[in-house]
Ligand binder design. Structure first.
Ligand code: ATP
Ligand code: MG
Length: 443
C-alpha cells in the first residue's frame, strides 16, 4: 500500500496523537524507514549511488535531531531523537530523489507480544481485504526467525481482525496491505503505511547541466525533471528592465530557484540583462525572425555559463508545437546556434501535464506571479513558423554576434543559493570575484 504524503497527513497526525498515549513511543521516537529502487543499484556503482543517497538524506535532515541513520540491509532507517518534528522530517524526505517510498515506523520493545500489539495498532484503522506480515531480521540476536515472527504476528492480527468483525484474510502474494516488521539493533520497528517518495536518482549523480530558466511554468518543470535524474543544474535567466523600475522577471526567477534548490542543495543563478541585445536584434534583423534570434542569443550566452559551470549540456522548457517558436523546424533551427546538446525534457508533454507537475513541486504559484517577460517585447506581427538555420544565420549577418554575447556576459550577475538546515539562503557573488574566477571562460 503506497500512499502520497498528502493523503497520509491526517493519518500521520492521528498516529502522532495515538503515539503520545503509548509509553514506549514516548521513550523512543518514531523512526523513518527509507526504501530505494533497486534498478539503479545494478553493477559496480552501487556504493556511489547509495553514498549519494545517504548524503542527500543527511543534508535534507540538517537541523532536525537525528540520532543516527542505519543501513540494516536494502534500506535506510533514520532514528530521530526525542522531540524531533516528525512532520517536518517527512516533508524533507519527500524531496529526496532516489527514495522510492518511506514509512513512519513505530519503535517497539523486542518481544513478539509487543510487536504484535504495535502491528495491531498500526493496521486496525486501515481499509483492506487481504494482508500479509513481512518480517526482516537484520539483528540475528533476536531469538525468533523471520518466518516465525510473520506467522505469529499474522495469527494474532487475524484473530483480532475477525473479533472486530472484519472480513479479511491472509494473502502472501500481492496482499492489499503488508505490515512490515524490522528487527534491527535497538527497538523493533513496525509499519504498514508506505508514503510515495520523490523517485528518480539521488542528487548530484549524473553530471552538470545549465538550464535556461524563464519565469514561466515550463522551464522550472524541465529543470525538475533533469534534477530528478540526478543532474546538478545551474540557471541562466535573461531579463528585461520592465515597465516600472524593479518590475522585471528577476524576482520570479529567484523564487523558482529557491523552490528548486532543496533537491540538489546548492546552485548558482546567472541573471543576464537582455533588453540591449533585443534592441540590436530588432534594429538589424528581419521582424519575423526576432523571437528565434532572441533564443539563439540566449543559447549562446547560456553556453558560456555552462562552460563556467563545467556543464555538459543545456536544458530548456520547450514543448513541441506549444508556440510558434517551438515548431519542429524552428526548434531545430534555433538549436544550431549551440554547440552543446540542448535537452528538452518537456518536448512531448501537454501543458496540462506540465502544470500538474508545477503544482506538485510548488513552482506553479511562483510562475503565476505577474512579471515582465522579456521575450514578448517587440513581438513580431507575423512570426516565422518554419525557419531553417541558414535563414537565421543570414538574418544575423548584420549583427555583431560576438559583441552581443560579450554584452550579455559583461552584464551578468551571479547569485549563489544554498539549502541548509531546511532553509534556503542566497547571496550575490561579487562581480569582481566572479570576474577573477571566470577570466578563462569569459564570464
Ligand atoms: P511558459 O511557456 O510557461 O510561459 P517557458 O519557460 O516555456 O514558460 P517559453 O516562452 O515557452 O517560456 O520559452 C521556451 C524556453 O526558452 C523556456 O522554457 C526557457 O527554457 C527558454 N527561455 C525563454 N525565455 C527565457 C528567459 N527570459 N530566460 C531564460 N530562458 C528563457
Ligand atoms: Mg513554454
Amino acid at each position: 500500500m503506497v500512499e502520497s504524503f498528502s493523503r497520509y497527513k491526517p493519518l500521520l497526525y492521528s498516529f502522532v496523537h495515538a503515539a503520545s498515549k503509548l509509553q514506549f513511543i514516548k521513550m523512543t521516537p518514531p523512526a523513518i524507514v527509507v526504501h530505494y529502487h533497486e534498478l539503479w543499484l545494478k553493477g559496480g556503482n552501487r556504493d556511489f549511488f547509495l553514498g549519494k543517497l545517504l548524503t542527500a538524506l543527511r543534508r535534507s535532515l540538517e537541523g532536525i535531531s537525528v540520532v543516527r541513520i542505519e543501513k540494516p540491509g536494502d534500506r535506510f532507517v533514520v532514528r530521530l531523537a526525542e522531540g524531533a518534528p516528525m512532520e517536518e522530517a517527512s516533508a524533507r524526505i519527500e524531496r529526496v530523489f532516489g527514495v522510492a517510498y518511506y514509512a513512519i515506523a513505530r519503535p517497539v520493545e523486542r518481544s513478539l507480544e509487543a510487536i504484535a500489539e504495535a502491528a495491531w495498532e498500526e493496521i486496525r484503522g486501515l481499509e483492506f481485504r487481504t494482508f500479509a506480515v513481512r518480517a526482516k531480521r537484520s539483528d540475528k540476536s533476536f531469538p525468533h526467525p523471520s518466518m516465525e515472527i510473520e506467522s505469529e504476528v499474522g495469527r494474532v492480527l487475524l484473530e483480532k481482525l475477525r473479533a472486530d468483525g472484519r472480513d479479511v484474510r491472509v494473502k502472501l502474494n500481492n496482499p492489499d496491505l503488508a505490515c512490515h516488521i524490522e528487527i534491527t539493533p535497538g527497538p523493533a520497528l513496525v509499519y504498514a503505511r508506505k508514503i510515495r517518495g520523490a523517485g528518480g536518482l539521488p542528487a548530484n549523480t549524473a553530471g552538470r547541466i545549465t538550464c535556461l530558466l524563464s519565469g514561466g511554468f515550463d522551464s522550472a518543470v524541465a529543470a525538475y525533471h533533469m534534477m530528478k535524474r540526478g543532474a546538478h543544474l545551474s540557471f541562466a535567466h535573461f531579463y528585461g528592465t520592465g515597465a516600472e523600475p524593479g518590475d522585471s522577471s528577476l524576482h520570479v526567477a529567484r523564487n523558482l530557484v529557491r523552490q528548486l534548490v532543496p533537491y540538489q542543495f546548492q546552485t548558482r543563478l546567472y541573471c543576464i540583462p537582455f533588453e540591449g541585445i533585443q534592441r540590436e536584434i530588432v534594429r538589424y534583423a528581419p521582424e519575423n525572425f526576432r523571437i528565434l534570434l532572441y533564443r539563439r542569443m540566449m543559447l549562446r550566452i547560456a553556453e558560456i555559463v555552462a562552460k563556467r559551470e563545467r556543464a555538459l549540456a543545456l536544458v530548456t522548457g520547450d514543448s513541441l508545437g506549444q508556440v510558434a517558436s517551438q515548431t519542429l523546424r524552428n526548434l531545430v533551427a534555433v538549436e544550431k546556434a549551440a554547440s552543446l546538446p540542448v535537452f528538452r525534457p518537456l518536448i512531448g508533454a501537454d501543458k496540462i501535464e506540465i502544470l500538474d507537475t508545477a503544482r506538485k513541486i510548488g513552482t506553479y504559484g511562483i510562475s503565476s506571479e505577474p512579471f515582465h517577460d522579456c521575450c514578448p517585447v517587440f513581438l513580431p506581427r507575423v512570426p516565422a513558423l518554419h525557419a531553417d538555420a541558414c535563414e537565421l544565420e543570414a538574418a544575423e549577418e548584420k549583427l555583431d554576434v560576438q559583441a552581443l554575447i560579450d554584452k550579455g556576459v559583461r552584464g551578468a550577475s551571479i547569485e549563489s543559493f544554498q539549502y541548509e538546515s531546511g532553509a534556503v539562503t542566497s547571496k550575490e557573488q561579487s562581480r569582481r570575484g566572479a570576474e577573477a574566477r571566470t577570466a578563462a571562460t569569459g564570464l
